[in-house]
Design a protein around this ligand. Structure first.
Ligand code: FAD
Length: 274
């Protein structure tokens, strides 16, 4: 991961790959922050029959082709989950684990998250609730923490927290969770059982798009864009399912292309003005 790119794209499925290919063709330096291909909605589709040029293929097959195309495109593929995007004056910062990169423009291609926030998650985020063990684990050294999540990253983070001396409650079941506390989160209710904890790590594949970029305008959980895929924040563009219905591959690929062209035009204009 470099310190600085022209464009950072969040999400490495069809919308993100479409955006990356066009940005690279336009001569931009590009990083794509992407979870594993198997996390995408595309991967779950049994059979796609309405994508032009591909008569019939499973979502898994198309995902694998896209990932190879991305790896060979000249864009840097940063494996992992972007935690947030922060405006920094005329640029943006993006965090992945404890690493950080910056860029002139951002394209959000993160798909949709159907997972709802747990009760208390939003209220206690940053006050006993964290999405990143690498970033915040040391704050809980020698303490009791819960790790909610059943993916590889959750297992890895739980192992890491144990290795630094935390007592770790591994919460891997799909049951109702609720977070309670006072100034800080101190209690996890899991499937009706109460656990006293010092911290709670929620390790999902995605960060809800409503949490990813502070200050971005949303409507019904979708990022609001115009036809050029501009969002409410200049320099931030969005494409694919995260901008709302219809949830379709062709729409995601098309929006990725438009978002990329808009991001490149935005960067070129910025360069001319400075
Ligand atoms: C069962 C099923 C069947 C479908 N069938 C069809 C069909 O027949 N035809 C059709 O046109 N469409 C179909 N779709 C819809 C299609 O799959 C989606 O419209 C398309 O995948 C959207 O692409 P996307 O790139 O916007 O999002 P996705 O494909 O969902 O990819 C988003 C990616 O971004 C990643 N991501 C999210 N947040 C972060 C983060 N913070 N950091 C890093 N990465 C992140 C996700 O993990 C994911 O990998 C189907 C969907 C499903 C679920």
């Amino acid at each position: 991961m470099k310190e600085r790119y022209d464009v950072v794209i969040i999400g490495g499925s069809i919308a993100g790959v479409s955006a990356a290919l066009t940005c690279v063709n336009r001569g931009k330096t590009v990083a794509v922050i992407a979870n594993g291909a198997e996390t995408s909605n595309l991967y779950k589709a049994e059979k796609i029959t309405n994508y032009p040029g591909i008569p019939a293929a499973s979502g898994k097959e198309i995902s694998e082709i896209l990932r190879r195309q991305l790896e060979e495109s000249g864009a840097d593929l940063i494996h992992g989950r972007a935690l947030n995007v922060i405006p920094l004056g005329d640029s943006f910062g993006a965090a992945v684990g404890s690493e950080f990169t910056s860029c002139s423009a951002v394209i959000i291609a993160a798909g949709i998250t159907r997972e709802k926030l747990y009760p208390g998650e939003d209220e206690f985020l940053g006050r006993g609730v964290s999405y990143c063990a690498t970033c915040d684990g040391m704050l809980y050294r020698g303490k009791t923490v819960a790790v909610i999540g059943n993916g590889e990253e959750a297992v890895h983070d739980a192992d890491f927290l144990e290795s630094i001396g935390c007592t770790v409650l591994r919460m891997t079941k799909q049951i109702p969770y609720e977070i309670r506390g006072g100034m800080k989160a101190d209690t996890l209710i899991a499937g009706g059982e109460e656990y006293k904890v010092d911290g709670i790590f929620i390790i999902k594949d995605t960060i809800s798009v409503t949490k990813l970029v502070p200050g971005l305008e949303y409507s019904d959980g979708a990022i609001v864009t115009d036809r050029q895929m501009n969002t409410s924040i200049p320099g931030v563009f969005a494409a694919g399912d995260c901008t709302g219905k219809p949830y379709q591959l062709a729409k995601a690929a098309g929006e990725g292309n438009i978002a990329a062209l808009s991001a490149c035009a935005y960067i070129d204009k910025q360069k001319k003005e400075n």
